[in-house]
Structures are given as C-alpha cells and as structure tokens.
Design a binder for this molecule. Sequence first.
Ligand code: ACM
Ligand code: ZN
Length: 542
Amino acid sequence: MKRILSLLSAALVALVSYAQVSYEVIPLPRSIELSPKSETFTLAQGALVTFASGDDAMASNAKLLADYLKSDANFDVKVQADVKKGASIVLQLADSKQKAKAKKGAPVLSEAPEAYLLTVGEEGVAIKANTPEGVFRGIQTLRKAIGTEAGDKVELPYVTIQDEPRFPYRGVHFDCARHYFSIDFLKQFIDVMALHGCNNLHWHITEDQGWRFEVKSMPELAKKGSVRKQTVIGRNTGLYDGKEYGGYYTQQECRELVDYAAKRFINIIPEIDLPGHMLGALHVYPELGCTGGPYEVWPHWGVSADVLCAGNPKTLEFLKKVLDEVADVFPSKYIHIGGDESPRNRWKDCPKCQAKMKELGLTREAELQTYINKELEAYMQKKGRDLIGWDEILEGGLSEKAIVMSWRGSEGGIAAARQHHRVIMSPNSHCYIDYYQLKEQWYQPMAIGGYLPMSKVYSFEPTAELTEEEAKYILGPQVNLWTEYVAYPEHAMYMLLPRLDAISEVQWMEADKKDFENFKSRLPRMLKLYRKLGYTYCSKQE
Ligand code: ACM
Ligand code: ZN
C-alpha cells in the first residue's frame, strides 16, 4: 500500500512538474522535438552548471543563468568551471572537430552565429552554440521553459531544441530625451530586451526638449542643454507645470550601460538627432542656428522650425566633435544620426545656407541635408562606423553606405532596399509602441494617439512587397518607444509589454511559422514571469 501511495505521489509530482515546464516559450524556437517516451531529467536545487574555463563571456553566461533561475523561480544552482562529471547543465561552444565527428542522426547546430542547440537527456541539460551569444540565447529559452515555479526540483522532459533568429538586427528604440530615465531603469529595460532575444538598443539621447549626452570638450552642452524650464501639461494645452526638468548621462554612466548590455549581447546604438530636433544644443550654441537665436530648450512637443544651419562651417565642426566622443564611448558599428522632421524653411531664408547650395551646385534644400550626411559619413567611415538615419535621409539622395530606418510606413525602407541600401523596418503602422494598445482610450494612460494593438504588431511582415534578393537588405524590425507622454518607468514597461512579445516573434520566427492564436496561448506564462519580476504590463490585449 505504502509503495502504491509513493508511486502515486511520484506520478502526481511528475504531472505537476510537467505542467510547470514548457519549451513553447516566446519567441517560439524553430524546432522542438520531445522524446516520444516522455522521460524527464530531474534538475534539483543546488545543481551544478558548468562551462569550459578561459572564456569570460561563457563565465558571464553561466553566472547570468544562475541569476535568472534565482530571480525567476527562487531556484539555486552552483556555477563551477570545468566540471567533468555530475554537472546538470553544461554550456558549451561547438568546436569544428567535434562537429565533423558528430554521429549520424545527431542534432545539427546551424552555422548561424546566434544559433543554439538545447538538449535535455539522460546526462542532463546542454546548451551548445557557435558563439557565447548563441549560448546566451539558449539560456533565455531554458529559463523561460522553467518558468516561475520550480519548487525543490524541476522535471525537464527530454528534448532537442534547434533555434536561430530570422533577422540579424532585432531592435528596440527608447527615447530618453523627451523624458530622462535612470541608468538603473535602463538596465532593467535591457534585461527585458534580453529575455525576448533582442540585440540592439537604439538609444535616443538628444532632442529639442533636452540634450542628455555628456560631451567633455563642450561641458555646457549637457549641463545647460539638458534642462527645460518646464513641461507642457497634456497634449500642447498651453498650460505648463512650472517645474524645471533635466538630467543627462555622463560618459562614465554610458560606458557602464554599454558594458551591462554587452554582457547580455545587446549593442547600444546612440542617436544624435540632426540637423533637426536640436534645440537642446541650439540653446547653448545659438550661433549654430540660421537665425542666431536665442533658442530655448523646448517645454512642449512637436516639430521645431529651428534646426542647425547647414551653411555655417561651425555646424560640421560641432557635429564632428560630438561624434568623436560618441564613437569613443559607444563601440557600436552603427551610429544613428536621426534626420527626421527637419523642416527646411530656415535654410530657404538663410544667406549662409543659400550660399552653400550655390557653392555645391545644389538645387533643393533637401540636398543640403544629404551634404551634411555625406560629410559625416566620410568622417565616421574613417572610424569604421556606419551611419543610420530615419527615412527622410532618402529625400536629398542617399549617402553611399547609409542605413535607412523606415518609420513613415514601410515605403522608405522598400525604396532603399531596392537601391541596395540596408534597412531597418520600424514603420509607425506596426512598430510605434507609443500609440494606444487598446481601443478604449479611457482605459489607458494618455498616449500620443493612434491605435497599435498587440495583434497588429504580431502581423507585421518586414519584407512584404520585396523580392527575395531585395529582402536581403532588410536587417530586421524594431519597435520604437517615444516618450513625450511616458515619464515614468512603470509606464514605459506598460507600453513595451506585451507588445515586445509580439515583435520578438516577428524578429525570430519565419513568417510562415507565426500563428497569433498559438502565440496568445503561450503568453500567460510570460505574463506570470513579468509579475514575478515586478514588470508592469498591459493586462488586457487586443
Ligand atoms: C520619428 O518618429 N520622428 C522618427
Ligand atoms: Zn543656415
């Protein structure tokens, strides 16, 4: 009787445990093959995680895995390098000799740099990849599979998971200029990105409403340019809060953030938005504007007619000095130079700008913007950097290597891809997560407007209308979080989650594998994890 009871209770525990573990995480891996016999490997509290010593990134991976299991599920594992026998989780880099010797029928690891193979069998759990980055992506899948309720042990069904992302670029944009967000919150933001397999944080740090990047050769720029006297209440109501608002990121803080992100295989792309959206800088250096100012750091929202003067040689000198320090602080191959919403009226009326056009033989003001971009591109190419610009940079003719970020719909991106320029797709139709996410606006905090439900983000197809050849120029999709109306971390998270879940499947999964109903069935486990980790999210989804 006792024996039967203990068998029964073991079966019950197994059943409960099965319910806890699910490999059908978000984003859904390419291939999940469960063993037909339903065996499980028991991962017990205190289990050993190991990796081959001598690679800092792998050591960091192992430590992060331990941290994740602790924060997600109160589950303790021990990390120890070079354990030969008895480790429950092995993190490995694939070596080519091993690959050549692989047994017939053994699961194959694709050549893609971020591909990973996650297996659970008699020997335990193994995550194998070509790079530490691939191992990190596999770690995210494992932690999500384990979920939030591990108890004393987790029963992991035997499985072989093969996975790799569809797109090499998987971005999230965050505007930290309209409102300032702390470095601590930015680290949490990066954690959330890592959880979803994103790999580029497009960090918008200069604006009409505040310049938030320290430039050591021009200390006044951030000190004065980051501060606005007050902020408009609501949507440009004409009423102001009367409270000074400021804050900027020191280079030391930026470096710390770059390092934090790099450990999570996320690159930070800084954006210095130019020649428009520059009132933060123009307030400090009014001689860089066509009219000479004075200019104030804007206390309200919108598009300013005042932009940098394209005919003043000091403008390029200023920008190069800024970009020198940007490039020094941010190792990113890509640097974003904005280019959006820069009216050309001032240039029409400015003798310096007109003289410049004459000198260069230009007939349209839009070409002046291309002139600036080309100068900066040549300058930054010498530092080995490529420039990204919003799709307005197409208007005066593209500089040679520029990457276009398509935001006013996908048309700009499609045109650029057809000209064989690289493209990041973040059309406002599907990727602007500063829009309302529910139909009933009263139910939500005030947003900029629009309506972008999770289902619409999910339906985004970044290479629609392109031939297979043209589609190769699409680096990947990105969601954009502008913050005119988002002033606090909880609100930013609310805008991000769970629409980030939707974009993560656009970023990772082949189009024909996506299935919205299936995605929705997998979402509750993610929401549970958000509750465990204290992330605010939109609890209703459309
Ligand atoms: C943008 O939304 N102004 C790029
Ligand atoms: Zn001018």
